[in-house]
Each structure stands twice: as C-alpha cells, then as structure tokens.
Design a protein around this ligand. Sequence first.
Ligand code: NAP
Length: 383
Amino acid sequence: MSEIIEIPYISGDGAGEDIWNASRESLEEALIKGSEGEKRIQWVPLLAGLKALDKEGVLLSEATIETIKKHGVALKGPLTTPVGGGFRSVNVYLRQIFDLYTCIRPVRYFKGLPSPLKKPEMVNFLIFRENTEDIYRGIEWKEGTHEARVFLSFLKETMNVSLPEDTGVGVKPISRGATRRFVKWTIDYAIKNNRRSITVVHKGNIMKFTEGAFREWAYEMAGEYTPPVTFDGQNGTLLFNDRIADNMFMQVILRPEDYDILLCPNLNGDYLSDACAALIGGLGVAPGANIGDHTAIFEPTHGSAPKYTGKDMINPASFLLSGAMMFKHMGFDRASDLLERAIEETIRDGIVTYDLARQMVGVDPVKCSVFGAEVARRIGRKY
Ligand code: NAP
C-alpha cells in the first residue's frame, strides 16, 4: 500500500485549466516513480479568484485558506486581476495572508530552449523577490476620491508638498524588519546551496529611503555573516554586491555569467522575472515559489494568458517546473529530479509548444496537452 500525499491545488483562471489538465499526470507519475511506488498524490481541489467568485460568491473563501494552512503547501495556477479598477489581486493577497515573504524564481537555460543570447548556457540565476511590501501592498487612492483629497491635503499642510488636485496617490512601504528577514532567508539559502554571489537590485539613487534603505539593510544583514559572506568574494566566500536596477536589466543580457542570486524588492523582482524569462524562451518555462515560515505556494511566473483560454496551446512547462520546486520543498527530491529531467528531455527532443516553436526554425508546435503527455511518457518509460 502506498502512502497518500494530499496536495491542495488551484487550477486558476484563463488558460490555467489547460495547463492543469496537461500537467496532472506528469506530477502524479513523478511522485510514484520517484518514491518507487511508496507514495502517491491525492489532489485536494480548491477554488480562488474568478471561479470562486462564480461558485462561492467570494474571491477567496475561508475554506480555501484553512485547507492551505492545514497542508502548509499548495500548487497554484494563475489568477486574473483586472487592470485599473475592480478587485485587488488574489495572488498578492494569498502571499500576504500566509506571509510568504520570499519569492524564488529560477531562470535557468537548458539545451533545446531558444534564446536571443549568443551564449545562453551562461544563464543560471535565481531571482529572490521580497513578497510582502513595496507598491504591492496596494496602498493607493484613486484621483478625486475623499481619501486621495485627505492624503493630498495632509501632504500640503503637514509636509509642505503640493501636488495637483487631480493626482492619484500610492504608498511604497519598505521596512527594516521585513527586509532583514528576507535577506537573512536568502543568505541562509545561498550558503546552504553553495551559491556564488548575491546581488541586491535596487533603485536607491532615486528612491533613497525605500529602495536605498533596502540596499543599506541588506548590507547590514550580510555584514553580520562575515566571514562566509564577503564583499569581495575572495577565498570561496559568498560575494555580496549590488547594482542599480536599470543597469541590472542590461547586465543580465550582456554579462549573465557574472550573476547568480538577484535579491530584489517586490516590484523590481516582478519586472526582472519576466525580462529574464525572455533570455531562455519566455514565460512558458519560468517557474516560481512563494515561501513563508509555515506555508509555501508554488506557481508559474506567468499570468492567466486569457486570450489562450481553452485553446490547449500554452506551455505547461512553467507550471510543471513549479511542481518540481514543490516536490523538492516537500523533501521528494527524486520526484523533483525526474520531473525536471523529463521536461528538459522533451524540449531537447524538439517537442515544444507554440511559444518556443515560433522562436525555432523548422519546428512545428505541439498542443499543451501533447507536451504534458510526452513529459509523463518520459517519466514512465525511462526511470
Ligand atoms: P500573462 O498572462 O503572463 O501573459 C502574457 C503573455 O506571455 C501571453 O500573452 C503569452 O505571450 C506569454 N505567456 C504567458 N504564459 C505563457 C505560457 N504558459 N506559455 C506560453 N506563453 C505564455 O500576462 P498578462 O496578459 O499581462 O496578464 C493576464 C492576467 O494574469 C492579468 O489579469 C494579470 O493580473 C494576471 N497575472 C497573474 C499572475 C499570477 O497568477 N501569479 C501573474 C501575472 C499576471 P504571447 O501573447 O506572445 O503568446
């Protein structure tokens, strides 16, 4: 009798359902093969976002929250957030209520992926993104509202700052405490996993007391680790340095080999994740993890790609790779390796969805479901 491992999942909005359908078998097969038949997944389906609103009348029910809390882990597809008005992001809310303060987004080239770079094999970064603060806290007021007017008059009367009446305003909070715990988590990870360097990515020359302070507190934390962490990286120590964000976007393209872990405040990490994904074929192969002290939620970097809903087209690899990260987090290393190797092998064999095929010469795209089935077949066949 194999042990049942319960894993909550949210299939997500838009093209999320296609990805989930294409991925399920590979994930199940990886755990069975990886545990030599001793473990098998029992999925616990959960609703969130638009589907939850439709069926349960709320974007995120207490039942969903409690189930994730009980299991301490979940695999999540993308959820739609309207631009401009409408509801706030359920993705961001989930990170905030479970205090998932570290977001990890690996950007790793493997053979078979198309890339605009001459030496894509040099790309192997981890983007670490602070996940609870910054503009993402969602503290903002629409132009013309009572709250915006109160805020503008406070600025004028108390702080001597005058802004036009038709200004919308937002607040960018970055605190010492949240920065230090995130930086500590990242440095501990880097030491444990023998990484070479950590580069703080900030815009501290302009936003001195938010991103500048983020940089300062990051160095302060790193200084407490001496000698395993140093600022020159000599004698096998972990190099700790920083780059201004606009320069960083150039550096990852021109000199990817110089970088390892990129440590970012929330918004920089978000921008940089998509830009770096483009170096290795795009968002179709960009996984992610949101990790806190008690709970972790694994999800692809991409969104719900609404125009592809139900078309069985988009690439499920980022969701599958997020599943591999989840297996590793749960201690199922072999299942994680099997899954990752099968995805890499499928792509190396030229079996790719439209997003990668259109960057290659003479390659016909397969459907999302076909890619998933090919990954599952490789796990089942080979290992
Ligand atoms: P998106 O859903 O990430 O899609 C942008 C483009 O990226 C797609 O049109 C497609 O490019 C490509 N793409 C994304 N995922 C892909 C995949 N698996 N395979 C192949 N190509 C893929 O971003 P968006 O259109 O800006 O956002 C749509 C919705 O998702 C919004 O409501 C946004 O708020 C939400 N969102 C959610 C999350 C999350 O759940 N964590 C994250 C980001 C955005 P082509 O058009 O060139 O084919």
